[in-house]
Design a protein around this ligand. Structure first.
Ligand code: NAD
Ligand code: TDX
Length: 336
Protein backbone atom coordinates (compact mmCIF):
# COMPACT_ATOMS: atom_id res chain seq x y z
CA UNK A 1 0.00 0.00 0.00
CA UNK A 2 1.23 3.54 -0.81
CA UNK A 3 0.06 6.14 1.68
CA UNK A 4 0.24 9.91 1.38
CA UNK A 5 0.52 11.38 4.88
CA UNK A 6 -0.03 15.12 4.76
CA UNK A 7 1.31 17.10 7.73
CA UNK A 8 3.65 14.22 8.58
CA UNK A 9 6.31 16.54 9.99
CA UNK A 10 4.06 17.74 12.82
CA UNK A 11 3.39 16.21 16.22
CA UNK A 12 0.82 13.49 15.47
CA UNK A 13 1.81 13.05 11.81
CA UNK A 14 5.45 12.28 12.66
CA UNK A 15 4.44 9.77 15.33
CA UNK A 16 2.11 8.20 12.77
CA UNK A 17 4.75 8.00 10.01
CA UNK A 18 7.15 6.23 12.41
CA UNK A 19 4.42 3.88 13.65
CA UNK A 20 3.40 2.88 10.10
CA UNK A 21 6.96 2.34 8.84
CA UNK A 22 7.65 0.06 11.82
CA UNK A 23 4.37 -1.86 11.61
CA UNK A 24 4.17 -2.18 7.80
CA UNK A 25 7.73 -2.40 6.42
CA UNK A 26 6.40 -2.99 2.88
CA UNK A 27 4.19 0.12 2.73
CA UNK A 28 5.51 3.25 1.05
CA UNK A 29 4.89 6.36 3.16
CA UNK A 30 5.04 9.72 1.40
CA UNK A 31 5.15 12.59 3.86
CA UNK A 32 3.84 15.78 2.22
CA UNK A 33 4.33 18.80 4.46
CA UNK A 34 4.77 22.53 4.00
CA UNK A 35 7.12 22.78 7.00
CA UNK A 36 5.33 25.69 8.62
CA UNK A 37 6.49 26.77 12.08
CA UNK A 38 4.92 23.52 13.38
CA UNK A 39 6.56 21.16 10.89
CA UNK A 40 9.93 19.80 11.92
CA UNK A 41 11.89 17.15 10.04
CA UNK A 42 13.96 16.54 13.15
CA UNK A 43 10.86 14.68 14.40
CA UNK A 44 11.66 12.05 11.77
CA UNK A 45 15.46 12.04 11.70
CA UNK A 46 15.50 8.31 12.53
CA UNK A 47 13.47 7.35 9.43
CA UNK A 48 15.12 9.62 6.82
CA UNK A 49 17.18 6.72 5.45
CA UNK A 50 14.31 4.22 5.36
CA UNK A 51 13.87 3.27 1.68
CA UNK A 52 10.08 3.13 2.07
CA UNK A 53 9.92 6.75 3.26
CA UNK A 54 9.75 9.81 0.99
CA UNK A 55 9.50 13.45 2.00
CA UNK A 56 8.02 16.13 -0.27
CA UNK A 57 7.83 19.75 0.81
CA UNK A 58 4.57 21.29 -0.36
CA UNK A 59 1.30 22.99 0.43
CA UNK A 60 -1.90 20.92 0.53
CA UNK A 61 -3.50 23.91 -1.20
CA UNK A 62 -1.24 23.42 -4.25
CA UNK A 63 -3.41 21.27 -6.54
CA UNK A 64 -0.76 20.75 -9.21
CA UNK A 65 1.87 19.51 -6.79
CA UNK A 66 -0.48 17.25 -4.81
CA UNK A 67 -1.79 15.86 -8.10
CA UNK A 68 1.78 15.20 -9.30
CA UNK A 69 2.82 13.51 -6.04
CA UNK A 70 -0.28 11.31 -5.88
CA UNK A 71 0.24 10.23 -9.50
CA UNK A 72 4.00 9.70 -9.29
CA UNK A 73 3.86 7.62 -6.13
CA UNK A 74 0.72 5.72 -7.13
CA UNK A 75 -0.97 6.65 -3.89
CA UNK A 76 -3.74 4.34 -2.62
CA UNK A 77 -4.66 6.14 0.60
CA UNK A 78 -4.49 9.76 1.76
CA UNK A 79 -4.40 10.52 5.49
CA UNK A 80 -4.73 14.26 6.09
CA UNK A 81 -3.07 15.55 9.26
CA UNK A 82 -1.99 18.86 7.68
CA UNK A 83 -3.58 21.76 9.46
CA UNK A 84 -3.09 24.89 11.46
CA UNK A 85 -3.71 23.31 14.84
CA UNK A 86 -3.38 25.87 17.64
CA UNK A 87 -6.59 27.41 19.01
CA UNK A 88 -4.85 30.54 20.40
CA UNK A 89 -3.29 31.31 17.02
CA UNK A 90 -6.71 30.91 15.36
CA UNK A 91 -8.10 33.58 17.68
CA UNK A 92 -5.43 36.12 16.70
CA UNK A 93 -5.21 35.17 12.98
CA UNK A 94 -8.18 33.12 11.66
CA UNK A 95 -7.50 33.56 7.92
CA UNK A 96 -4.73 31.00 7.57
CA UNK A 97 -6.92 28.44 9.38
CA UNK A 98 -9.62 28.75 6.74
CA UNK A 99 -7.03 28.67 3.94
CA UNK A 100 -5.17 25.58 5.15
CA UNK A 101 -7.85 23.61 6.96
CA UNK A 102 -10.85 24.25 4.69
CA UNK A 103 -9.46 25.11 1.25
CA UNK A 104 -6.50 22.75 1.61
CA UNK A 105 -8.79 19.85 2.47
CA UNK A 106 -10.94 20.60 -0.57
CA UNK A 107 -7.86 20.42 -2.82
CA UNK A 108 -6.88 17.05 -1.34
CA UNK A 109 -10.40 15.75 -1.84
CA UNK A 110 -10.40 16.89 -5.47
CA UNK A 111 -7.10 15.13 -6.14
CA UNK A 112 -8.40 12.02 -4.36
CA UNK A 113 -11.47 12.05 -6.58
CA UNK A 114 -9.51 12.61 -9.80
CA UNK A 115 -7.15 9.72 -9.06
CA UNK A 116 -9.84 7.34 -7.78
CA UNK A 117 -8.04 7.06 -4.42
CA UNK A 118 -9.08 3.93 -2.49
CA UNK A 119 -9.51 5.73 0.82
CA UNK A 120 -9.32 9.26 2.20
CA UNK A 121 -9.01 9.68 5.98
CA UNK A 122 -9.56 13.13 7.50
CA UNK A 123 -7.94 13.63 10.90
CA UNK A 124 -10.42 15.83 12.68
CA UNK A 125 -10.96 16.76 16.31
CA UNK A 126 -13.48 16.53 19.13
CA UNK A 127 -13.49 20.35 19.19
CA UNK A 128 -15.94 20.38 16.25
CA UNK A 129 -18.65 19.32 18.73
CA UNK A 130 -18.17 22.45 20.86
CA UNK A 131 -18.23 22.37 24.64
CA UNK A 132 -19.86 20.00 27.16
CA UNK A 133 -21.39 20.77 30.54
CA UNK A 134 -20.33 18.83 33.61
CA UNK A 135 -21.77 15.54 32.36
CA UNK A 136 -22.20 13.69 29.07
CA UNK A 137 -19.95 12.69 26.18
CA UNK A 138 -19.49 13.52 22.51
CA UNK A 139 -20.80 10.73 20.28
CA UNK A 140 -20.65 10.65 16.48
CA UNK A 141 -24.27 11.90 16.51
CA UNK A 142 -23.53 15.01 18.59
CA UNK A 143 -24.33 18.06 16.42
CA UNK A 144 -21.36 20.10 15.21
CA UNK A 145 -21.13 23.34 17.21
CA UNK A 146 -17.57 24.66 16.88
CA UNK A 147 -16.69 27.70 19.00
CA UNK A 148 -13.21 28.80 17.88
CA UNK A 149 -12.00 29.77 14.40
CA UNK A 150 -9.81 26.64 14.58
CA UNK A 151 -12.66 24.25 15.34
CA UNK A 152 -14.94 26.03 12.85
CA UNK A 153 -12.35 25.48 10.12
CA UNK A 154 -12.01 21.80 11.09
CA UNK A 155 -15.80 21.41 11.05
CA UNK A 156 -15.93 23.06 7.61
CA UNK A 157 -13.37 20.56 6.36
CA UNK A 158 -15.37 17.66 7.84
CA UNK A 159 -18.48 18.80 5.98
CA UNK A 160 -16.57 18.89 2.69
CA UNK A 161 -15.28 15.36 3.34
CA UNK A 162 -18.84 14.22 3.97
CA UNK A 163 -20.02 15.97 0.79
CA UNK A 164 -17.37 14.25 -1.37
CA UNK A 165 -18.65 10.93 -0.07
CA UNK A 166 -22.32 11.73 -0.59
CA UNK A 167 -21.88 13.48 -3.95
CA UNK A 168 -19.04 11.62 -5.65
CA UNK A 169 -18.98 8.35 -3.72
CA UNK A 170 -15.41 8.95 -2.48
CA UNK A 171 -14.46 6.36 0.17
CA UNK A 172 -13.85 8.58 3.17
CA UNK A 173 -13.58 8.35 6.93
CA UNK A 174 -13.40 11.13 9.49
CA UNK A 175 -11.73 10.57 12.85
CA UNK A 176 -12.41 12.91 15.78
CA UNK A 177 -9.87 12.45 18.51
CA UNK A 178 -9.52 14.11 21.89
CA UNK A 179 -6.37 15.95 23.07
CA UNK A 180 -3.16 14.05 22.33
CA UNK A 181 0.05 14.10 24.35
CA UNK A 182 3.43 12.40 23.89
CA UNK A 183 6.85 12.93 22.29
CA UNK A 184 7.43 15.67 19.67
CA UNK A 185 4.44 17.71 20.91
CA UNK A 186 5.04 21.34 19.94
CA UNK A 187 5.76 23.42 23.06
CA UNK A 188 2.99 25.96 22.43
CA UNK A 189 0.42 23.36 23.62
CA UNK A 190 -0.44 22.91 27.31
CA UNK A 191 1.50 19.77 28.30
CA UNK A 192 4.82 20.40 26.48
CA UNK A 193 4.68 24.12 27.33
CA UNK A 194 4.31 23.34 31.03
CA UNK A 195 7.03 20.66 31.03
CA UNK A 196 9.58 22.78 29.16
CA UNK A 197 8.77 25.98 31.06
CA UNK A 198 9.14 24.09 34.35
CA UNK A 199 12.49 22.68 33.18
CA UNK A 200 13.59 26.23 32.36
CA UNK A 201 12.26 27.65 35.65
CA UNK A 202 9.76 29.82 33.76
CA UNK A 203 6.18 30.70 34.71
CA UNK A 204 3.38 28.19 34.09
CA UNK A 205 0.42 30.19 32.70
CA UNK A 206 -3.03 28.71 33.42
CA UNK A 207 -5.93 30.34 31.58
CA UNK A 208 -8.94 31.48 33.65
CA UNK A 209 -9.70 29.31 36.67
CA UNK A 210 -7.95 26.21 35.28
CA UNK A 211 -11.09 24.11 35.72
CA UNK A 212 -11.48 23.44 31.97
CA UNK A 213 -11.45 19.74 31.24
CA UNK A 214 -9.63 17.96 28.41
CA UNK A 215 -9.73 14.22 27.63
CA UNK A 216 -6.08 13.21 27.14
CA UNK A 217 -4.96 10.34 24.89
CA UNK A 218 -1.41 9.15 24.21
CA UNK A 219 -0.43 9.87 20.60
CA UNK A 220 0.47 6.19 20.03
CA UNK A 221 -3.08 5.16 20.93
CA UNK A 222 -4.32 7.70 18.38
CA UNK A 223 -2.03 6.07 15.78
CA UNK A 224 -3.41 2.57 16.42
CA UNK A 225 -6.94 3.92 16.01
CA UNK A 226 -6.12 5.59 12.67
CA UNK A 227 -4.44 2.36 11.50
CA UNK A 228 -7.69 0.48 12.17
CA UNK A 229 -9.77 3.11 10.40
CA UNK A 230 -7.53 2.93 7.30
CA UNK A 231 -7.83 -0.86 7.13
CA UNK A 232 -11.33 -1.50 8.48
CA UNK A 233 -13.29 1.76 8.48
CA UNK A 234 -16.71 1.55 6.85
CA UNK A 235 -16.97 4.03 3.90
CA UNK A 236 -18.46 7.36 4.92
CA UNK A 237 -18.30 6.73 8.67
CA UNK A 238 -17.09 9.03 11.44
CA UNK A 239 -15.13 7.55 14.37
CA UNK A 240 -14.60 9.30 17.69
CA UNK A 241 -11.33 8.43 19.46
CA UNK A 242 -10.68 8.89 23.16
CA UNK A 243 -9.61 6.93 26.21
CA UNK A 244 -11.88 8.27 29.00
CA UNK A 245 -9.13 10.25 30.64
CA UNK A 246 -10.59 13.58 31.70
CA UNK A 247 -8.42 16.00 33.67
CA UNK A 248 -8.72 19.66 34.54
CA UNK A 249 -5.89 21.90 33.44
CA UNK A 250 -5.16 22.51 37.13
CA UNK A 251 -4.69 18.75 37.66
CA UNK A 252 -2.34 18.49 34.66
CA UNK A 253 -0.17 21.41 35.70
CA UNK A 254 0.03 20.30 39.34
CA UNK A 255 0.98 16.78 38.24
CA UNK A 256 3.83 18.14 36.09
CA UNK A 257 5.00 20.42 38.92
CA UNK A 258 5.06 17.46 41.33
CA UNK A 259 6.77 15.06 38.93
CA UNK A 260 9.49 17.60 38.10
CA UNK A 261 9.85 18.69 41.71
CA UNK A 262 9.65 22.41 40.89
CA UNK A 263 8.01 25.10 43.01
CA UNK A 264 4.25 25.65 42.81
CA UNK A 265 5.00 29.36 42.86
CA UNK A 266 5.80 29.07 39.12
CA UNK A 267 2.06 28.64 38.46
CA UNK A 268 0.44 31.86 37.31
CA UNK A 269 -3.25 32.36 36.57
CA UNK A 270 -3.61 34.53 33.47
CA UNK A 271 -6.63 35.97 31.58
CA UNK A 272 -8.85 33.34 30.01
CA UNK A 273 -8.76 32.28 26.34
CA UNK A 274 -11.61 33.95 24.39
CA UNK A 275 -14.52 31.55 23.88
CA UNK A 276 -12.68 28.93 25.96
CA UNK A 277 -14.47 25.57 25.71
CA UNK A 278 -15.20 24.25 29.20
CA UNK A 279 -15.13 20.51 28.77
CA UNK A 280 -14.39 17.88 26.11
CA UNK A 281 -15.04 14.16 26.66
CA UNK A 282 -15.28 11.43 24.04
CA UNK A 283 -17.51 8.38 23.96
CA UNK A 284 -15.34 5.89 22.03
CA UNK A 285 -17.95 3.07 22.00
CA UNK A 286 -18.27 2.98 18.21
CA UNK A 287 -14.58 2.49 17.34
CA UNK A 288 -14.20 0.10 20.29
CA UNK A 289 -17.17 -2.08 19.38
CA UNK A 290 -17.03 -1.88 15.57
CA UNK A 291 -13.27 -1.83 14.91
CA UNK A 292 -11.96 -3.44 18.11
CA UNK A 293 -9.82 -0.48 19.22
CA UNK A 294 -8.61 -0.18 22.81
CA UNK A 295 -6.05 2.30 24.10
CA UNK A 296 -2.92 0.80 25.68
CA UNK A 297 -1.54 3.72 27.69
CA UNK A 298 -2.45 4.38 31.31
CA UNK A 299 -2.21 8.15 31.72
CA UNK A 300 0.19 7.98 34.68
CA UNK A 301 2.64 5.84 32.69
CA UNK A 302 2.17 7.92 29.53
CA UNK A 303 2.76 11.27 31.20
CA UNK A 304 5.78 9.94 33.10
CA UNK A 305 7.31 8.67 29.82
CA UNK A 306 6.49 11.98 28.13
CA UNK A 307 8.13 14.02 30.88
CA UNK A 308 11.20 11.76 30.66
CA UNK A 309 11.25 12.26 26.88
CA UNK A 310 11.41 16.05 27.30
CA UNK A 311 14.06 15.73 30.00
CA UNK A 312 16.19 13.66 27.61
CA UNK A 313 15.59 15.75 24.47
CA UNK A 314 16.45 19.33 25.49
CA UNK A 315 18.17 19.90 22.13
CA UNK A 316 14.89 19.22 20.30
CA UNK A 317 12.68 21.56 22.31
CA UNK A 318 15.30 24.25 22.91
CA UNK A 319 15.85 24.54 19.14
CA UNK A 320 12.07 24.62 18.56
CA UNK A 321 11.52 27.26 21.22
CA UNK A 322 14.36 29.43 19.91
CA UNK A 323 13.24 29.13 16.28
CA UNK A 324 16.74 27.88 15.37
CA UNK A 325 15.38 24.97 13.35
CA UNK A 326 13.52 27.38 11.03
CA UNK A 327 16.84 28.96 10.05
CA UNK A 328 18.11 25.49 9.16
CA UNK A 329 15.09 24.85 6.91
CA UNK A 330 15.46 28.16 5.17
CA UNK A 331 19.00 27.10 4.21
CA UNK A 332 17.94 23.57 3.31
CA UNK A 333 14.64 24.12 1.52
CA UNK A 334 14.34 27.86 0.86
CA UNK A 335 11.94 30.24 2.56
CA UNK A 336 9.00 28.63 4.35
P1 NAD B 1 0.87 20.19 14.27
O1 NAD B 1 0.57 21.65 14.25
O2 NAD B 1 1.91 19.66 15.19
O3 NAD B 1 1.29 19.72 12.79
C1 NAD B 1 0.65 20.19 11.64
C2 NAD B 1 1.54 19.86 10.43
O4 NAD B 1 0.87 20.29 9.25
C3 NAD B 1 2.91 20.55 10.46
O5 NAD B 1 3.92 19.63 10.13
C4 NAD B 1 2.78 21.62 9.39
O6 NAD B 1 4.02 21.94 8.76
C5 NAD B 1 1.81 20.96 8.43
N1 NAD B 1 1.08 21.93 7.59
C6 NAD B 1 0.47 23.07 8.00
N2 NAD B 1 -0.07 23.71 6.95
C7 NAD B 1 0.21 22.95 5.85
C8 NAD B 1 -0.09 23.08 4.47
N3 NAD B 1 -0.78 24.14 4.00
N4 NAD B 1 0.33 22.10 3.63
C9 NAD B 1 1.03 21.05 4.08
N5 NAD B 1 1.36 20.87 5.38
C10 NAD B 1 0.95 21.82 6.25
O7 NAD B 1 -0.53 19.48 14.50
P2 NAD B 1 -0.87 18.13 15.28
O8 NAD B 1 -1.11 18.45 16.70
O9 NAD B 1 0.10 17.08 14.90
O10 NAD B 1 -2.29 17.80 14.63
C11 NAD B 1 -2.37 17.05 13.43
C12 NAD B 1 -3.84 16.94 13.01
O11 NAD B 1 -4.57 16.30 14.04
C13 NAD B 1 -4.51 18.28 12.77
O12 NAD B 1 -5.35 18.16 11.66
C14 NAD B 1 -5.32 18.53 14.04
O13 NAD B 1 -6.47 19.29 13.76
C15 NAD B 1 -5.67 17.10 14.43
N6 NAD B 1 -5.87 16.86 15.88
C16 NAD B 1 -4.91 17.22 16.78
C17 NAD B 1 -5.08 16.91 18.13
C18 NAD B 1 -4.04 17.27 19.16
O14 NAD B 1 -4.29 17.08 20.35
N7 NAD B 1 -2.87 17.75 18.78
C19 NAD B 1 -6.24 16.26 18.54
C20 NAD B 1 -7.20 15.90 17.59
C21 NAD B 1 -6.99 16.20 16.26
O1 TDX C 1 -0.59 28.16 28.26
C1 TDX C 1 -1.67 27.54 28.27
N1 TDX C 1 -2.44 27.58 29.39
C2 TDX C 1 -3.64 26.95 29.48
O2 TDX C 1 -4.33 27.02 30.50
C3 TDX C 1 -2.12 26.78 27.14
C4 TDX C 1 -1.30 26.71 25.88
C5 TDX C 1 -3.33 26.15 27.25
N2 TDX C 1 -4.09 26.22 28.36
C6 TDX C 1 -5.37 25.50 28.43
C7 TDX C 1 -6.32 25.74 27.29
C8 TDX C 1 -7.04 24.42 27.19
O3 TDX C 1 -8.13 24.38 28.10
O4 TDX C 1 -5.04 24.12 28.38
C9 TDX C 1 -6.01 23.39 27.61
C10 TDX C 1 -5.30 22.71 26.45
O5 TDX C 1 -4.88 23.73 25.57
P1 TDX C 1 -4.11 23.39 24.20
O6 TDX C 1 -2.93 22.56 24.51
O7 TDX C 1 -3.93 24.67 23.45
O8 TDX C 1 -5.16 22.41 23.49
P2 TDX C 1 -6.69 22.60 23.05
O9 TDX C 1 -7.06 24.02 22.93
O10 TDX C 1 -7.53 21.75 23.96
O11 TDX C 1 -6.63 21.95 21.58
C11 TDX C 1 -5.85 20.75 21.34
O12 TDX C 1 -6.70 19.62 21.34
C12 TDX C 1 -7.56 19.44 20.25
C13 TDX C 1 -5.08 20.83 20.03
O13 TDX C 1 -4.25 21.97 20.03
C14 TDX C 1 -6.01 20.83 18.84
O14 TDX C 1 -5.26 20.83 17.64
C15 TDX C 1 -6.86 19.58 18.92
O15 TDX C 1 -7.81 19.58 17.88
Amino acid sequence: MNILVTGGAGFIGSNFVRYMLEKYPKYKIVNYDLLTYAGNLENLQDVQKNGQYVFVKGDIGNYQLVDYVVGTHQIDVIVNFAAESHVDRSISDPGIFVKTNVLGTQVLLDVAKTHGIKKYVQISTDEVYGSLGETGYFTEETPLAPNSPYSASKAGADLLVRAYHETYGLNVNITRCSNNYGPYHFPEKLIPLMITNALEGKELPIYGDGQNVRDWLHVKDHCTAIDLVIHKGIPGEVYNIGGHNERTNNEIVHLIVEKLGVSKSLIKYVPDRLGHDRRYAIDPAKITEELGWTPQYEFDKGIEETIQWYIHHPDWWKRVKSGEYMDYYKKQYGET
